[in-house]
Design a protein around this ligand. Structure first.
Ligand code: DGL
Length: 269
């Protein structure tokens, strides 16, 4: 496998772009092939079996683009499908949950950590699992926030409705005296400033994207796959529906210009 090959990154929609942004910032020499499964979003309310099927299709699509590593930039797919596809592939595959749990375990002072995510991620209990592995003393309080993803997809980032929903979802976590809150869904970092306004500045907000990019860099270096001499990157973006809308969103998030986004019929893979 050539170190010049791109990295495959995928999510159910635009949320994974928060991870792409961090990868571009921390490892600027790497080219990225991004896939957003916008036709089948949300993943958060679907079964484990369905998410494994979707993930396998996307992995086959990315492997067809000769990627050297895959980042599952979706908490729900990381929770449900990472171990399965990792066992089936001979290139490095990383998810966002383990890096996020590591960052939260390092950040907490009082050992009380809140995790917000989709229904699937919270139901899977995966953050509790990784957090207790890292530090058995921590207490983890999970809260599913199913309305956050549609609010982000609609661009209602700083809207009174969004603020009210943040207040409702986070109030029970604040009552538990958490000092750290994991943004356990790749869409949520886009709400970071609004969440900060509601929860105040005493609670540390953990964005797993940051730690995921660090993990990716380490994994590439270990595998001898880091492309540190390529400053002419070639990023490509694909979605399963709504390429124009996605492109507009991507240009509002990423530091580079997204000139083109292509539609892919992912069911064919
Ligand atoms: N990006 C997904 C995640 O991180 C959430 C969006 C969805 O439900 O599809 O879990």
């Amino acid at each position: 496998m050539s170190s010049k090959a791109p990295i495959g990154v995928f999510d159910s929609g635009v949320g994974g772009l928060t991870v792409v942004k961090e990868i571009m910032r921390q490892i600027p020499g790497e080219s990225i092939i991004y896939f957003g499964d916008t036709a089948r979003l949300p993943y958060g309310s679907k079964s484990k079996e369905t998410i494994i099927t979707y993930t396998r299709q996307i992995v086959r699509f990315l492997m067809g683009k000769n990627v050297k590593a895959i980042v599952i930039a979706c908490n729900t797919a990381s929770a449900f499908a990472l171990e399965t596809v990792k066992a089936e592939l001979d290139i490095p595959v990383i998810g966002v949950v383990k890096p996020g749990a590591k960052a939260a375990a390092e950040s907490t002072k009082n050992g009380r950590i809140g995790v917000i995510g989709t229904e699937g991620t919270i139901r899977s209990g995966i953050y509790n699992e990784f957090l207790s592995e890292t530090n058995p003393q921590v207490q983890v309080f999970g809260k599913a926030c199913p309305l956050f993803v549609p609010l982000v997809e609609e661009g209602l980032i700083d809207d009174p409705i969004t603020m009210e929903m943040i207040r409702r979802y986070t109030s029970e976590l604040i009552e538990k005296d958490i000092d750290t809150l994991v943004l356990g869904c790749t869409h949520y970092p886009l709400l970071r400033k609004t969440i900060r306004k509601i929860v105040g500045d005493k609670i540390e907000l953990v964005n797993p994207a940051y730690e995921t990019a660090i993990t990716l860099k380490e994994v590439l270096t270990e595998a001898g796959l880091e492309n540190d001499d390529n400053l002419k990157t070639d990023h490509k973006f694909y979605v399963s529906d709504g390429a124009e809308k996605f492109k507009y969103f991507a240009n509002s998030i990423l530091p580079c210009e997204v000139v083109e986004t292509k539609d892919v019929n992912i069911e064919n893979y």
